[in-house]
Unconditional design. Structure first.
Length: 387
């Protein structure tokens, strides 16, 4: 659709406005986007504001990942989500939080950082691996490693699976995978993406840091059709994978780091900037199968009691919100304790809704009964509303 044709469609549907008003609106939009979006694409968005329907064939222009540089404002980018990383609480008192994900287009991979309210898109499970997402009104920065990353704050907007984007134009992570047999010394300290299967898993161990705090480490061997490589998993990633990583499992590593091992060989390190997808495990366990100490539980069930939210004081004197509710399936029921930001999510649940809970753990609670408890990386997602 041509520039002039769009203007005529806006005027036809809105006879009370003038051509000059449309052009002034276009000039404002051009200034705000810093020239990264074409006039025709801006005009299409303006047309939507005036009630002119945009056809599905219309594309809203966005910057390509390979063309981004630091210190740009009002940036728009479209990509396929290839990794979702765990949310973090930056400041407990103010509630400031962040979450991050990796997106890809044909030219490369970009880290996107979501701040505060935007981080809820990951906490609530709305932004998932495989989806196409458009990020508008963001700004670019240089990361600690010298790469460009996109930040989405209060003014930013995120559209999930927009209708005017052809998903076929955005590759999956497999396009950016490195074969194990191709990993050489030149990859030392580089971030890589690998796909393969687990050949052997070794028991996790704890260690003492110099500041007297404890850490965790776990090792396994990963293989593809070109070779094998040792993988080292650190700290919270051990908690995430320890109970689910089994021999024979197929998995995808995104943003893992190649580091030098003994001799001239390399090994792969999985840290808090790495996304791990275990592809062979899709079924949820039943409630009756849950046992104390399961560290990375994923469960689905129906909300059977209305959540109760209250504020408590921790042993450190911190006041936090906690929500308790019960879920059930055909094998039994169990109580769920949702802490901090998850209490806000739980407060909105209704009796009869079908939900999934991921990255939680099972412990003994009130009256020595089993319960599911959330951690910062837990995701509570509503799969279907009550009938």
């Amino acid at each position: 659709m041509e520039f002039e044709e769009i203007i005529q469609q806006i005027l036809a549907k809105n006879p009370e406005i003038s051509r000059e008003k449309i052009l002034r609106r276009l000039e404002d939009a051009r200034r705000k986007t810093g020239g990264l979006i074409s006039d025709e694409s801006l005009l299409r968005m303006i047309a939507a504001e005036f009630g002119v329907k945009i056809s599905k064939e219309t594309r809203v222009s966005a910057a390509l990942i390979k063309d981004l540089v630091p210190n740009l404002n009002d940036v728009s980018v479209v990509g396929r989500v290839v990794a979702v990383l765990n949310p973090k609480i930056i400041n407990e008192k103010t509630g400031r939080k962040m979450a991050s994900l990796l997106i890809a287009d044909k030219g490369g991979i970009l880290r996107v950082v979501l701040w505060n309210a935007k981080a809820s898109l990951i906490e609530n499970g709305k932004l998932k691996v495989g989806q196409i997402a458009r990020f508008t009104h963001g700004y670019t920065k240089e990361s600690r490693t010298g790469k460009v990353e996109l930040h989405m704050a209060e003014k930013g907007d995120v559209q999930i699976n927009p209708e005017d984007v052809n998903a076929d134009n955005y590759p999956t992570i497999s396009k950016f995978n490195t074969k194990i047999g191709e990993i050489k010394i030149v990859h030392k300290n580089k971030r890589l993406n690998l796909a393969g299967s687990v050949e052997e898993v070794f028991q996790a161990t704890t260690f003492q840091r110099q500041d007297s705090s404890s850490g965790k480490v776990m090792r396994f061997v990963m293989a593809d059709e070109t070779g094998k490589i040792p993988v080292v998993v650190w700290n919270e990633k051990v908690d995430e994978l320890e109970s689910t990583l089994k021999k024979g499992a197929k998995l995808q590593l995104v943003n893992a780091k190649a580091k030098k091992a003994l001799g001239e060989s390399l090994e792969i390190h999985v840290d808090n900037e790495t996304y791990v997808e275990i592809q062979s495990q899709t079924e949820f366990p039943k409630i009756a199968e849950l046992k104390e100490g399961i560290n990375n539980v994923k469960i689905e069930g129906e909300v059977s009691t209305k959540p109760i939210v209250r504020e408590i004081k921790t042993s450190k004197g911190e006041k936090v919100k906690v929500a308790t509710f019960e879920i059930k399936d055909e094998t039994g029921s169990i109580w769920v304790t949702a802490w901090r930001q998850h209490a806000q999510t739980a407060a909105k649940l209704e009796k009869g809704e079908k939900i999934t809970i991921k990255n939680a753990y099972v412990k003994r609670g009130f009256a020595n009964q089993l319960e599911i408890s959330t951690r910062s990386t837990t995701i509570i997602n509503v799969e279907s509303k009550r009938e």
